[in-house]
Each structure stands twice: as structure tokens, then as C-alpha cells.
Design a protein around this ligand. Structure first.
Ligand SMILES: *[C@@H]1O[C@H](CO)[C@@H](O)[C@H](O)[C@H]1NC(C)=O
Ligand SMILES: *[C@@H]1O[C@H](CO)[C@@H](O)[C@H](O)[C@H]1NC(C)=O
Length: 301
């Protein structure tokens, strides 16, 4: 269209009454174009709906069909507020209240009083033991029992005696869990090769060990002793496999509490915690796959 055309020319282009054309095309040709698009998009919608229907047919209520997270479980920690940072002042209760509040809410899920029902919970070995098989995912056996996990196992990090989880004494606790993956059986490390030497003593049968250490070389002499609570300071196999939300609604993940008992104050320290196992991987891009970093700073004033 040339710019010189006057208004009449433009109007004539849109609707040419002489030729009975709308934007240069006759009514019949507009009908064909419309019909083409209706049929085209109709087919597209049909293919879309059909694909979803077929997908839904192949999905089983209980067993995840599409699961891309079988091998590498995430490791997560509480408290985790912004930027995986634990920074507070010993003198200021209000500076650590958000952390202790998060911890309190988290461990309350593990209250003994919530695990009384014998139709939902059962006692499992107190020491690391083999996987607790409860049938297969599709054997119609219904809801499975969950192993009890008492918060008293977390000792000084249980929040039962010290409501501040060590924060008030400059010995903060962090509670760690492995994220749930349906039907996943974590395998303990079969050799010490890929494990830092300091973590070797933590390797034992039927246990996925958790080990935390300084992330930066220069913090090596500043993080002090780290204590571990839970079942032998790791994730014991009797809590696996997990059968999923439908079949295992009362499932409790085993916990490990990590207490930093002698951190150097008034400086930022970087800690890395890692789990070790033959089918546990780490990923440069996913900072929570099998490990996590934590920044801690405790101020004395
Ligand atoms: C790993 O090291 C620990 C401590 O030295 C030892 O007790 C354990 O047997 C070793 N495990 C393997 C699989 O070599
Ligand atoms: C705590 O760490 C300091 C050095 O940072 C050390 O001198 C002291 O002995 C440690 N205390 C305990 C109880 O380990």
C-alpha cells in the first residue's frame, strides 16, 4: 500500500463495494480461509486432548511413571530462611527468633504424641538396619505403616530441653533431611575412595552418612567441633523405601541434627554438608543435590 493514497483509497481497500471485496478478497475466499483455520486448529486441539488422554491412561495412581529424580536426592535443611544464611546475635533474642521458630515448627511434626497410633506407625530398629520392605507399589496392600522417629533422638537439638536449639549459647543446630523420593533405596558407600578422609569414621553398614565441614580452606580452624544427632548421625536404611503420598501418608523422614558447638564468632563462616552413597550424586548446577552450603555468622554483641 502506498502512503499517498487518500482516505477514500484506504476505505476502498478495506471494503470495496464495487467488487464486493473485503480487504482485497471476496466473501467466498474469506469463507475458505476461515474454514481452513477452524479445521486446522480443531485438529491441533484434537491431537492435544488425545495425547493428554493417553498419558493419563498410562499413569498409575500409586507409582510414579515419569520420575526424573530417582537417583539424586536433594538434601535440605531447617532453618532455611533467605539465602541459606544463619546470621544472628547471641545478645538479641529477636535476631534468632525466626530461626528457632522455624525449627520448632519443623520438629513438632516429630512429636511422640503424633506417632502413637499403632495402625499408622511402628517401631523400627534403633540402629541402622536393612531396608524395610512393605510390598510393592502396585500390590493392593493399601496404606503402609511408617517407622516412628522420635525427636528425642536429636538430643540437644530436639528443642525439648533447650527451646532455642543451642542458639542462645552460640551453638546453633541445623536439622537435615533427605528429600523423599518414591521407591528410592539409597545405597551406602561401598568404598572410601570418594569420601574425604575425615568422614571415613562415619561410614558404617546400612547408613547414609552425613558429613559437614568448612567450605573454604581459610575457615578450617574456625568451625570447631560439629556434633551429629539422630540415628548414628546419618540416614538409616530402615526408613526406606518410601511408598509415596497415597500409600505412605504418615511417613517420617529420618532426621540428622548438626550442632556447631564451637564456631568462631563475629565472622562469616561457610560450611558444606554432604551425604555419601553409591547412588547419590552431586550436580554443579543444583546446589541442593546431595549437599548444601550454609553461611553462618554468630555475633557476640
Ligand atoms: C572406611 O574407613 C573406615 C574408617 O577408617 C573403616 O572403618 C571402613 O571399613 C572403611 N570402609 C571401606 C568400605 O573401606
Ligand atoms: C573452641 O575453639 C577454640 C579455637 O577456635 C579453642 O581454643 C577451644 O579450645 C575450643 N573449645 C572447645 C571446647 O573445643
Amino acid at each position: 500500500m502506498s502512503g499517498n493514497k487518500d482516505d477514500g483509497g484506504w476505505k476502498k481497500f478495506v471494503w470495496d463495494s464495487d467488487k464486493g471485496e473485503f480487504m482485497g478478497r471476496t466473501g467466498g475466499s474469506w469463507f475458505k480461509i476461515t474454514l481452513f483455520y477452524v479445521v486446522f486448529f480443531g485438529c491441533l486441539a484434537g491431537v492435544f486432548v488425545g495425547t493428554i488422554q493417553v498419558m493419563l491412561l498410562t499413569l498409575n495412581d500409586f507409582k510414579p511413571t515419569w520420575q526424573d529424580r530417582v537417583a539424586p536426592p536433594g538434601l535440605s535443611h531447617t532453618p532455611k530462611l533467605d539465602k541459606a544464611e544463619v546470621s544472628y546475635s547471641i545478645k538479641g533474642i529477636e535476631t534468632y527468633l525466626p530461626f528457632t521458630k522455624t525449627l520448632r515448627e519443623f520438629v513438632s511434626q516429630y512429636d511422640d504424641s503424633k506417632q502413637l497410633d499403632a495402625s499408622k506407625f511402628e517401631n523400627c530398629p534403633a540402629e541402622p538396619a536393612d531396608y524395610k520392605e512393605r510390598g510393592t507399589l502396585d500390590d493392593n496392600a493399601g496404606v503402609r505403616k511408617a517407622c516412628r522417629f522420635s525427636r528425642t533422638l536429636l538430643g540437644p537439638c530436639s528443642g525439648l530441653e533447650d527451646e532455642t536449639f543451642g542458639f542462645k549459647d552460640g551453638k546453633p543446630c541445623v536439622i537435615v533431611k533427605l528429600n523423599r523420593i518414591v521407591n528410592f533405596r539409597p545405597r551406602p558407600p561401598s568404598s572410601n575412595d570418594s569420601i574425604p578422609e575425615e568422614a571415613w569414621p562415619k561410614v558404617q553398614p546400612n547408613l547414609i552418612p552425613l558429613f559437614c565441614t568448612n567450605k573454604r580452606e581459610e575457615d578450617a580452624d574456625k568451625i570447631g567441633e560439629i556434633k551429629y544427632y539422630g540415628i548414628n548421625g546419618g540416614f538409616p536404611l530402615q526408613y526406606y523405601p518410601y511408598y509415596g503420598k497415597r500409600l505412605h501418608p504418615h511417613y517420617l523422614q529420618p532426621l540428622v541434627a548438626v550442632q556447631f558447638t564451637n564456631l568462631t564468632q563475629n565472622m562469616e563462616l561457610r560450611i558444606e554438608c554432604k551425604v555419601f552413597g553409591d547412588n547419590i550424586d552431586y550436580n554443579e548446577k543444583d546446589r541442593y543435590q546431595g549437599r548444601f552450603d550454609l553461611k553462618i555468622q554468630i555475633n557476640s554483641v
